[in-house]
Design a protein around this ligand. Structure first.
Ligand code: WQD
Length: 322
């Protein structure tokens, strides 16, 4: 009864793997370590593996057999929005090709439980502030497209051979559950602002002229440990015989603006600064927050950590980095 966590050397994947182990689950990690960090594996069972490699199906099947894998949490993917616009073919071959190989291996070995790491990026630029799972998804970049297609692939497999799949659409993930699992990819607002402050620079705001309360964009920031816990709830949900395929937003259901996040960063770091306002960034919806009623009703899950806890835990991890 082992859970295979693909991408388990990543920021989110390592939190999922460590929380599973802490809860007494047997875990094996598959990661190609192209962006994952070996130290995050912390003595966990693991295999270095590129899911999109030509021989990946046989390699994954060998891992499934060697570790008696009975369920999979699939996080391994390329996830940089800008990079996906520049390299769409690579994003499709990596994200969709990798998932197709994983499902081939699972089908061949009779593994029928999958939790899929999807994204709020599947929604694109919705015309509602709090978006629900039945929204007509229109992703606006290849990254978001690969996440939506990944969901479709899981649905097709559930119809074709009885896969049970849950898609978790992550909103804005931040924070740290353990100090050694900081988000070291400086690719999102909070780590970008920390990096600026550590370099003696001023955090930037991409636009303050949006139709929001303070003019800056609003997002749904969810603690990475809350997110990891949602994966465990999803695994439990898959044991219900009346459930074969479902999709859930993972967020807090509350919005925070860029200025509000930066104010929390001032509190957590003790560093005072006046944000530098720059023009809007292309592709930014003014407001993108999760309607979290379904995950609460169906999985009994809701986030427990607020923005202050997210920012303070993230800063503590960054500040403790060697
Ligand atoms: C947040 C807000 C920026 C940096 C994410 C990612 C991905 C996905 C969820 C999983 C935006 C503003 C940013 C800065 C700023 N999750 N900003 N100054 O764009 O919501 O996208 O969605 O797949 O993590 O796609 O996240 O952190 O880039 O930006 O003002 O230096 O902060 O304009 O409004 P985003 P982000």
């Amino acid at each position: 009864m082992t859970v295979l966590v693909t991408g388990g050397a990543g920021y989110i994947g390592s939190h999922v793997a460590r929380l599973l182990a802490q809860r007494g689950e047997a875990v094996v990690i598959a990661d190609d370590l192209s962006t994952g960090i070996p130290s995050r594996l912390e003595g966990a069972e693991h295999a270095t593996l590129d899911l999109a490699a030509v021989d990946a199906v046989q390699s994954i099947r060998a891992i499934i057999r060697a570790h008696d894998v009975t369920s999979v949490i699939h996080l391994a993917a390329r996830k940089k929005v800008g990079e996906s616009v520049e390299l769409p073919e690579w994003y499709y071959s990596q994200n969709i090709g990798g998932m197709a190989n994983l499902l081939e291996a699972m089908k061949a070995e009779g593994v029928t439980r999958l939790v899929f790491s999807s994204s709020a990026a599947t929604y694109g630029m919705p015309d509602v502030d709090f978006v629900a799972e039945d929204f007509n998804c229109k992703p606006i970049n290849p990254y978001g497209e690969t996440k939506l297609i990944g969901e479709w692939l899981g649905r097709a497999a559930s119809k074709a051979w009885g896969l049970r799949a849950v898609n978790l659409r992550y909103f804005n993930v931040a924070g740290a559950g353990w100090d050694d699992l900081a988000d070291t990819a400086v690719a999102n607002l909070i780590p970008i602002a920390f990096a600026a402050l550590k370099a003696g620079e001023t955090p930037k705001v991409f636009g303050d002229d949006y139709a929001t309360a303070d003019g800056s964009c609003v997002r749904d920031y969810v603690h990475v440990l809350d997110l990891a816990d949602a994966h465990l709830a999803a695994l439990k949900y898959l044991e219900r015989d009346d459930r074969t395929f479902d999709t859930f937003n993972v967020g807090t259901g509350t919005g925070s603006s860029v200025f509000e996040v930066l104010a929390e960063i001032k509190n957590a770091t003790g560093i005072d600064f006046e944000p530098e306002v720059l023009p809007r960034r292309a592709g930014d919806p003014p407001y993108l927050c999760a309607d979290v009623s379904r995950i609460k009703n169906e999985l009994g899950w809701s986030a427990s950590q607020d923005l202050a806890s997210i920012v303070s835990s993230a800063w503590k991890a960054v500040a403790s980095a060697k």
